[in-house]
Design a protein around this ligand. Structure first.
Ligand code: ADP
Ligand code: MG
Length: 253
């Protein structure tokens, strides 16, 4: 573990310092250093294959990094194990939705709550408390009326909402959403936007990946632009979008 400057811990929930990741000959991330401000919505944009999902995979411990550090609340970590991330206050969704198809919507949430021994022994939570929590998150994402449906019978948009509800079941501080808006109809877009805004209102720190520039402008406070596994630019969303190199490299105008 490495202690980083206190100023960073005060302002940033999460970050990377010089993170590299190779897959065979492919350099997915090259010495990437980024910061995710506390209590804000950060968006990552960049062309396909620029390393956006790999960044989330490393921040959530799904993939080991080759070199560099992940910074969580001011502490530098050279390895992040996926089973540790809830304790680090980190949760995520996957670009390809991952649910238990053969069980109900409600049970998809209950599994998350009961699988983890959040507070063993003394603070063991009862099933009714888990049910209350599951009801809460399903209401938060507007899926309570679907609680008894089988996950496999949901529409694509509903599956994405359930995936978000599963990520939100543990009430942590950092939310990483990999393309939550991709492939959604307008009505669902509004619901997912509301979920992100709701989380920000509760002072959570959110990172999402998107290609929809209208949504990026509307929701993001902080913007990270990646290209070929490297950071092109990051900062306040309006300042970043005003930069010529971003327009040229990504927006193609
Ligand atoms: N598990 C993996 N195995 C091999 N190559 C991968 C793997 N994950 C990502 N890559 C490669 O790394 C690069 C970055 O991928 P990714 O992070 O998925 O990009 P993005 O999410 O920005 O589209 C791509 O060239 C991709 O093919
Ligand atoms: Mg991706």
């Amino acid at each position: 573990m490495t202690q980083v400057p206190a100023r960073d811990a005060e302002h940033y929930a999460l970050g990377t310092v010089g993170v590299s990741k190779n897959f065979g000959g492919v350099q997915a991330l090259h010495r990437l250093s980024i910061s995710i401000p506390k209590g804000q919505i950060t968006c990552v944009i960049g062309p396909n294959g620029s390393g956006k999902s790999t960044l989330i995979n490393i921040l959530s411990g799904v993939l080991p990094m080759d070199s560099g550090m992940v910074i969580v609340d001011g502490v530098g970590l050279r390895t992040v194990h996926p089973y540790e991330t809830p304790d680090l206050g980190i949760t995520r969704t996957f670009q390809d939705v991952r649910l238990f198809n053969q069980i109900s919507v409600m049970d998809n949430i209950m599994v998350v709550l009961t699988e983890r021994k959040l507070w063993p022994s003394l603070f063991q939570r009862s099933k009714s408390e888990h049910r209350q929590r599951a009801e809460q998150v399903l209401r938060d994402v507007g899926m309570w009326d679907k609680r008894d449906a089988m996950a496999e019978d949901l529409s694509y948009g509903q599956r994405k909402l359930l995936e978000m509800a599963r990520a939100m079941a543990l009430d942590v501080n950092i939310y990483l959403f990999d393309e939550p808006f991709a492939g959604l109809f307008p009505q669902m877009l509004v619901r997912v936007k509301d979920i992100l805004k709701q989380l920000r209102a509760r002072e959570k720190s959110i990172l999402f990946i998107s290609h929809n520039m209208e949504i990026v402008r509307e929701l993001s406070d902080h913007l990270i632009v990646m290209d070929s596994g490297e950071l092109l630019v990051e900062g306040d969303v309006d300042e970043v979008l005003a930069k010529q190199e971003v327009i040229e490299a990504y927006l193609g105008a």
